[in-house]
Design a protein around this ligand. Sequence first.
Ligand code: HEC
Length: 473
Amino acid sequence: MSRLTLHAGVGVLAVGALLVLPSVARAAEARKVTFAKDVAPILQSKCISCHEPGSIAPMSLRTYEETRPWARSIKQRVSTRQMPPWHINKSVGVQQFKNDMSLSDEQIDTIVAWVDQGALQGNAADMPVFRPIETKLFWQGERDGYGEPDLVVKSPEYTMPAVSQDQWWRPMVDIPGLTEPRWVRMVEIRPSNIQGRKILHHSIAHVVMDPNDPDAEAVNRGIASGRPDRQDADDPSAIINARPSLMEWAIGKGYDRYADGTGKLIKPGQKISWDQHVHAVGEAITAGSELGIWLYKKGEEPKKRTHLVGFTGLKDGTIGLDIPPNAISHTEGFTVLKENTVITNFQPHFHLRGKAMMVEAILPDGTNQVISYVDNFNFNWMTNYIYAEDATPAFPKGTIIHVTAFYDNTKANKNNPDPDQWVGYGDRTVDEMAHAWMNVYYLTDAEYQDWLSKHGGKPGVPKPAQRTQQQQQ
Ligand code: HEC
């Protein structure tokens, strides 16, 4: 055992000794962490959706034999909160989510202690029963009782060779079966076959609207960020928001159920433009994505439209992005909300040099608040942080959404293909961009006053009623 692990082990003993007195020997005994009893339940609930045969991760973590060789790597990834891929800062901004896959501090301590104590197997009788390996496709929404989707849109499939750079597969398709305008309640994306789970990193379904559609202005640009005076092509918010999306998906994510009373309107003639990030896994695999759409019943249409807005992280348009070689740098973007706005999620978007993104609100009264901060961005993981219904912040019109985007163009960034390059704005993965994808909906003044009265008169991120310890599983 190296001196380092020994040292960490002593730390664990010390904690154990505090908890279980009197004898140090007994304390060590009481703190003996085993795979079967302590670690397997965590892997079962937090890891195997990706770490099992046929899924995206490089190795399965379902058994002791499979997991043991990865013990050190697991300790490293888990203690730095790289795995599971949930990279949002735990001390500022919204802290309750619909799709939280992170580990609690206690779960991290358990895994670290297990590795430090020699990664013991323990008693086979303590092993939890794992659910069977996922071998067929399913809709999570159907499992959760929402029935089959009303419409399914399929992307053509792509054959990813055994060895290749990452690819972006962007076909465009019709929405079959849509004969009249309908409101969307819920969406889910899944790979088109079980093999596809290995290669599909993430998949976005953009809606392509007829530019002459009278709704195009409100939907495409979003009232939140629309800058009618700046329709030119180098307004980064115009570029981003010209692409309304039904859903962004990455493996590990289930469905998006829009906030109650809100939805997205789709119309016959619109198309879905796919943006699929596929990566090679050592065997050729052919797959695409499918989008399941659940509609509001006729006569039960929602009152509000939700808009996916890309709040810009650039101040001076595309020319404002100027990242020197071998440097850490940052840009900032400011967007004035023209309506009272409720924000329901956060997904930072960068390319390879992305490092961190903070979204703050500067309120008309001059105070400011952090809405969300991803301090540990990793290009492989465009995780979408979906706020819990009672944690969604609302801001009055006139609030400024301030996005600060940090870039790491040094060799410390493992995703950096070449730290000696200058980097500017562009669509290629080797270029950069920065925006905060957020689904928003708007409140009238009366609705906003009502929201305030339910939140102690305070705009912004609601204070949790009481700070509860994060859920265990
Ligand atoms: C959403 C899917 C997903 C979840 C959930 C997930 N992983 Fe991963 N994991 C991956 C993928 C994909 C990779 C390979 C790409 C990467 O390193 O980001 C990976 C890589 C890793 C690695 C590095 C392997 C190596 O090559 O060194 C470790 C260790 C790891 N995961 C452990 C865990 C543990 C432990 C959990 C649960 C506590 C977990 N992961 C949860 C998808 C996931």
